[in-house]
Design a protein around this ligand. Structure first.
Ligand code: 4NP
Length: 154
């Protein structure tokens, strides 16, 4: 099973989701059964580590994002991944526009599956520290539920 998180730059939200889910899968004993990755719809930050603000906020909660490097989502990803989860509506629209029309990937908004109140993880790039904390709050809660879903699908 392979899961891909997608945001715009792949330096804030989706790398955070990748790090959090990988951590939670390890805790659940599922690390060997689910591959997790992340990508951005944009190419500006390809090759860069996650934003220092994301790394710092994640690190305080016990997640190490330092080894991750940004990549851009590609058409081949629709054949490779089982589940592609977009952080916001704009990301989802961009993914649909890129979709080659075939491939096994199930495409959805990340929070639509797991949060009754909000369906987007808001872009924190131009926000202060609070924006990054909010991103982590939403992602941690949704990843707890995603682990349960993945368990049921293995
Ligand atoms: P992300 O945040 O999509 O969560 O990685 C952003 C990072 C960079 C930019 C926008 C959003 N940017 O415009 O460079």
């Amino acid at each position: 099973m392979e899961v891909l998180f997608v945001c715009l730059g792949n330096i804030c939200r989706s790398p955070t989701a990748e790090g959090v889910l990988r951590h939670k899968l390890r805790e659940a004993g599922l690390a060997g059964q689910v591959e997790v990755s992340s990508a951005g719809t944009g190419e500006w930050h390809v090759g860069n580590p996650p934003d220092p603000r994301s790394q710092r906020a994640a690190s305080v909660r016990g997640y190490d994002l330092s080894a991750q490097r940004a990549q851009q989502v590609s058409r081949a990803d629709f054949a490779r991944y089982d589940l592609i989860l977009a952080m916001d509506h704009s990301n989802l629209r961009n993914l649909k526009a890129l979709h080659p029309g075939q491939g096994k990937a199930e495409l959805d908004l990340f929070l639509r599956r797991f949060d009754a109140e909000v369906d987007e993880v808001p872009d924190p790039y131009y926000e202060g520290e609070q924006g990054f904390e909010r991103v982590l709050d939403l992602i941690e809660r949704a990843c707890d539920l995603l682990v349960i879903e993945l368990k049921g699908r293995l």
